[in-house]
Design a protein around this ligand. Sequence first.
Ligand code: SF4
Ligand code: MG
Length: 323
Amino acid sequence: LFDVSRPWLNRVIERQPRQYLRAVDHVSFSVAKGETLAIVGESGSGKSTVARMVVGLMPPSDGEVSIAGISMTDPRQAAERRALRRRIQMIFQDPYASMNPRWRVDRIISEPIRAFGILSGEREIQARVGELLTLVGLHPDDGKRYPHAFSGGQRQRIAIARALASEAEFLVADEPTSALDVSVQAQILNLMRDLQDRLGLTYLFISHNLAVVRHMANRIGVMYLGRIVEIGGGRELFTAPKHPYTRMLLDAVPDLAHVGRQRVPVQGEIPNPINPPSGCTFHPRCPFANDRCKAEVPVFRDGVACHAVEEGRLMPGGLTFVA
Ligand code: SF4
Ligand code: MG
C-alpha cells in the first residue's frame, strides 16, 4: 500500500542560523494493507519527520514517497493525490491541539464528512456522527459537548472518530498514547487494534515505547539519527534483535530484556543530529564499534545496517562475539 523508496535527503532548518539538519536520510520501507508497521526510536531519531512526510505535512527535499502507487511528491499526480488525501489521516500525541475548542464535538467530527462531500443531508450527517462516536466507544450525545469536557483518552477517541469520518484507510499515529495515563493507554491501543480488525485499517505507528509497540506491530523499524538501522517482524525483532541499538533499546525495558543474551546497557545520549558522528552514527555509543565503524557507513542488508552483524562478529539475539 505504502512505499517509500530511494533515499530521502530532507533538510529541516533548525533554530541555529544557517545550519541544516538532515532529519531523515536513506529511509526506505513499505507497509502492506491491513498491517501495522511501527517506527521506534528515541526523540530526535527522525520518526516524527517520517510520519509528517507520509501524510504530506512535510515534503522531502529529495526522494520519493508513494502510497498505493500514487506519488506524494510528483506534481503531475496532484489530482490523484487529492483523492488519496482523505484516505490517509494522522493521529497526534495531543489531540486537543488539533481541535477547535469552540466547536462542539459533532461539528469536529462532521467537518471532514462535509469537506470531502461524503454525505450531504443534515440528518444523514448527524446519524453518521452518532455512529462514529459509538464506534470509538463514546455516546452519540457526547457530540453535543465541547472538547474541554473530555479526558485525554476520550479526546483521542474523538480524534480517531474524526479520522474515520473521512473514510480513512491508513492512519499514521505519532505517539498516540504517550500523553495518557498507563491504564488509558491500553484502552486506546485496544480500540485501535479492534478498529483495525473491523475496518481493515493500515497503521504506521510511531512510538518511543517498545512495550507499546510490541502489542501493536506486525513489523517494526528501528530509527537512529534519521536512518532505519533495523527492520523486522515483531516476534523476530524482540527475540533475536540484530542491531546493537535495538538490543540497547530492548535491554532498557526490564520486561523485554532477553534472558541469556549478553546485555547492551544504555550508554551515552543521542548525539546532536546537526553534526552527526562519522561512519556508523551509532559508533560513539556502541560496545561493538571498531575502526571500520568510525569510518564507513554500514549498508542496509538483510534487515539491518551494522558492520559487526555483516562480519559475523555479532549474532542475532543470543550470544555475542566481540573481536
Ligand atoms: Fe556498532 Fe559498528 Fe554496528 Fe555501528 S556498525 S552498530 S558501531 S558494530
Ligand atoms: Mg516526535
